[in-house]
Design a protein around this ligand. Structure first.
Ligand code: ADP
Ligand code: MG
Length: 153
Protein backbone atom coordinates (compact mmCIF):
# COMPACT_ATOMS: atom_id res chain seq x y z
CA UNK A 1 0.00 0.00 0.00
CA UNK A 2 1.35 3.36 -1.01
CA UNK A 3 -0.04 6.88 -1.14
CA UNK A 4 1.75 10.08 -2.19
CA UNK A 5 1.11 13.82 -1.99
CA UNK A 6 3.06 16.56 -3.73
CA UNK A 7 3.42 19.94 -2.04
CA UNK A 8 4.85 23.12 -3.48
CA UNK A 9 6.75 25.28 -1.02
CA UNK A 10 7.41 28.89 -2.00
CA UNK A 11 9.36 29.86 1.12
CA UNK A 12 11.17 28.58 4.18
CA UNK A 13 8.01 29.38 6.17
CA UNK A 14 5.90 27.23 3.80
CA UNK A 15 8.25 24.32 4.48
CA UNK A 16 7.99 24.94 8.22
CA UNK A 17 4.18 24.94 8.00
CA UNK A 18 4.31 21.67 6.09
CA UNK A 19 6.49 20.24 8.88
CA UNK A 20 3.71 21.20 11.30
CA UNK A 21 1.16 19.31 9.24
CA UNK A 22 3.42 16.26 9.02
CA UNK A 23 4.06 16.40 12.77
CA UNK A 24 0.32 15.74 13.10
CA UNK A 25 0.75 12.52 11.12
CA UNK A 26 3.48 11.12 13.33
CA UNK A 27 3.03 9.17 16.52
CA UNK A 28 4.86 6.62 18.68
CA UNK A 29 7.19 4.28 16.75
CA UNK A 30 6.84 6.14 13.46
CA UNK A 31 9.66 6.64 10.98
CA UNK A 32 10.04 9.50 8.53
CA UNK A 33 12.90 9.40 6.03
CA UNK A 34 14.28 12.52 4.33
CA UNK A 35 15.99 12.72 0.97
CA UNK A 36 17.22 15.80 -0.83
CA UNK A 37 20.40 17.42 -2.06
CA UNK A 38 22.43 19.82 0.03
CA UNK A 39 20.38 22.99 0.53
CA UNK A 40 17.09 21.32 -0.29
CA UNK A 41 15.77 22.05 3.20
CA UNK A 42 16.18 18.84 5.20
CA UNK A 43 17.57 20.61 8.26
CA UNK A 44 15.05 23.47 8.01
CA UNK A 45 12.26 20.89 7.87
CA UNK A 46 13.66 18.77 10.72
CA UNK A 47 14.07 21.74 13.07
CA UNK A 48 10.46 22.80 12.49
CA UNK A 49 9.20 19.23 12.84
CA UNK A 50 11.06 18.73 16.12
CA UNK A 51 9.70 22.01 17.50
CA UNK A 52 6.16 20.90 16.60
CA UNK A 53 6.77 17.63 18.43
CA UNK A 54 7.69 19.55 21.55
CA UNK A 55 11.48 19.42 21.34
CA UNK A 56 12.86 22.58 22.97
CA UNK A 57 16.54 21.89 22.42
CA UNK A 58 18.01 23.08 19.11
CA UNK A 59 18.20 20.27 16.59
CA UNK A 60 21.37 20.27 14.50
CA UNK A 61 22.60 17.90 11.84
CA UNK A 62 23.87 14.78 13.58
CA UNK A 63 27.19 15.14 11.82
CA UNK A 64 29.51 13.44 14.27
CA UNK A 65 27.09 11.12 15.90
CA UNK A 66 25.01 8.94 13.68
CA UNK A 67 21.93 9.10 15.91
CA UNK A 68 20.94 11.94 18.22
CA UNK A 69 18.16 11.71 20.77
CA UNK A 70 16.02 14.62 21.96
CA UNK A 71 13.25 14.83 24.51
CA UNK A 72 9.93 16.12 23.20
CA UNK A 73 6.36 15.06 23.83
CA UNK A 74 7.77 11.75 22.59
CA UNK A 75 11.44 10.83 22.30
CA UNK A 76 12.72 12.29 19.01
CA UNK A 77 15.55 10.46 17.24
CA UNK A 78 17.46 12.15 14.42
CA UNK A 79 19.79 10.03 12.35
CA UNK A 80 22.02 10.84 9.39
CA UNK A 81 22.94 7.83 7.31
CA UNK A 82 25.17 9.88 4.99
CA UNK A 83 28.40 9.02 6.71
CA UNK A 84 27.69 5.38 7.21
CA UNK A 85 30.74 3.57 5.92
CA UNK A 86 29.11 0.34 5.02
CA UNK A 87 25.51 -0.32 4.19
CA UNK A 88 26.07 -3.72 5.73
CA UNK A 89 26.55 -2.12 9.13
CA UNK A 90 23.67 -3.10 11.41
CA UNK A 91 22.23 -0.36 13.56
CA UNK A 92 19.70 -2.26 15.58
CA UNK A 93 17.20 0.26 14.30
CA UNK A 94 14.27 -1.87 15.39
CA UNK A 95 15.04 -0.77 18.91
CA UNK A 96 14.21 2.81 17.92
CA UNK A 97 11.02 1.80 16.13
CA UNK A 98 9.78 0.05 19.28
CA UNK A 99 10.75 2.65 21.82
CA UNK A 100 7.68 4.86 21.47
CA UNK A 101 9.51 7.72 19.78
CA UNK A 102 9.50 9.41 16.39
CA UNK A 103 12.56 8.71 14.23
CA UNK A 104 13.78 10.90 11.37
CA UNK A 105 16.50 9.46 9.13
CA UNK A 106 18.30 11.56 6.53
CA UNK A 107 19.80 9.77 3.52
CA UNK A 108 17.89 6.66 4.55
CA UNK A 109 18.19 5.14 1.07
CA UNK A 110 21.70 4.09 2.08
CA UNK A 111 20.21 1.65 4.58
CA UNK A 112 16.96 0.94 2.78
CA UNK A 113 16.97 -2.76 3.58
CA UNK A 114 17.00 -1.97 7.31
CA UNK A 115 13.86 0.17 7.18
CA UNK A 116 10.40 -0.98 8.22
CA UNK A 117 7.70 -1.17 5.55
CA UNK A 118 5.42 1.11 7.54
CA UNK A 119 6.90 4.57 7.17
CA UNK A 120 6.72 8.01 5.60
CA UNK A 121 9.28 9.11 3.01
CA UNK A 122 9.81 12.79 2.24
CA UNK A 123 11.77 13.99 -0.80
CA UNK A 124 12.70 17.67 -1.06
CA UNK A 125 13.73 19.01 -4.46
CA UNK A 126 15.23 22.41 -5.16
CA UNK A 127 13.21 24.16 -7.88
CA UNK A 128 14.42 27.76 -7.36
CA UNK A 129 16.10 29.93 -4.70
CA UNK A 130 12.95 30.02 -2.55
CA UNK A 131 10.90 27.19 -3.97
CA UNK A 132 10.92 23.47 -3.35
CA UNK A 133 8.85 20.50 -4.45
CA UNK A 134 8.18 18.29 -1.49
CA UNK A 135 6.78 14.82 -2.00
CA UNK A 136 5.43 12.85 0.90
CA UNK A 137 4.90 9.12 0.42
CA UNK A 138 3.17 6.96 2.98
CA UNK A 139 3.96 3.24 2.91
CA UNK A 140 2.04 0.46 4.61
CA UNK A 141 -1.55 0.28 5.81
CA UNK A 142 -1.26 2.35 8.96
CA UNK A 143 0.67 5.23 7.34
CA UNK A 144 -1.37 5.40 4.12
CA UNK A 145 -4.62 5.50 6.06
CA UNK A 146 -3.38 8.32 8.23
CA UNK A 147 -2.21 10.33 5.22
CA UNK A 148 -5.60 9.91 3.55
CA UNK A 149 -7.41 10.99 6.70
CA UNK A 150 -5.40 14.15 7.12
CA UNK A 151 -5.48 15.22 3.45
CA UNK A 152 -8.97 14.16 2.31
CA UNK A 153 -11.16 16.57 4.18
P1 ADP B 1 19.79 20.67 3.87
O1 ADP B 1 19.74 20.26 5.31
O2 ADP B 1 18.89 19.84 2.99
O3 ADP B 1 21.18 20.73 3.32
P2 ADP B 1 19.08 23.29 4.85
O4 ADP B 1 17.76 23.22 5.53
O5 ADP B 1 20.29 23.33 5.72
O6 ADP B 1 19.19 22.13 3.75
O7 ADP B 1 19.14 24.60 3.94
C1 ADP B 1 18.08 25.04 3.13
C2 ADP B 1 18.30 26.53 2.88
O8 ADP B 1 17.41 26.99 1.85
C3 ADP B 1 18.00 27.38 4.12
O9 ADP B 1 18.92 28.45 4.16
C4 ADP B 1 16.59 27.88 3.85
O10 ADP B 1 16.29 29.11 4.49
C5 ADP B 1 16.62 28.05 2.33
N1 ADP B 1 15.29 27.98 1.70
C6 ADP B 1 14.83 28.85 0.79
N2 ADP B 1 13.60 28.52 0.39
C7 ADP B 1 13.26 27.40 1.05
C8 ADP B 1 12.09 26.57 1.04
N3 ADP B 1 11.02 26.83 0.28
N4 ADP B 1 12.09 25.49 1.85
C9 ADP B 1 13.16 25.21 2.62
N5 ADP B 1 14.30 25.94 2.67
C10 ADP B 1 14.35 27.03 1.89
MG1 MG C 1 21.19 19.45 6.59
Amino acid sequence: MIESRLFISESTEDTERLAGMIAGLLGPNDLLTLEGDLGAGKTTFTKALAACLGVRETVNSPTFTIMKEYAGRLPFYHMDAYRIESEEEEFGLDEYFQSGGVTVIEWASRISDQLPEERFDLVLTYTGPDSREIELTARGKRCTERLKEITET
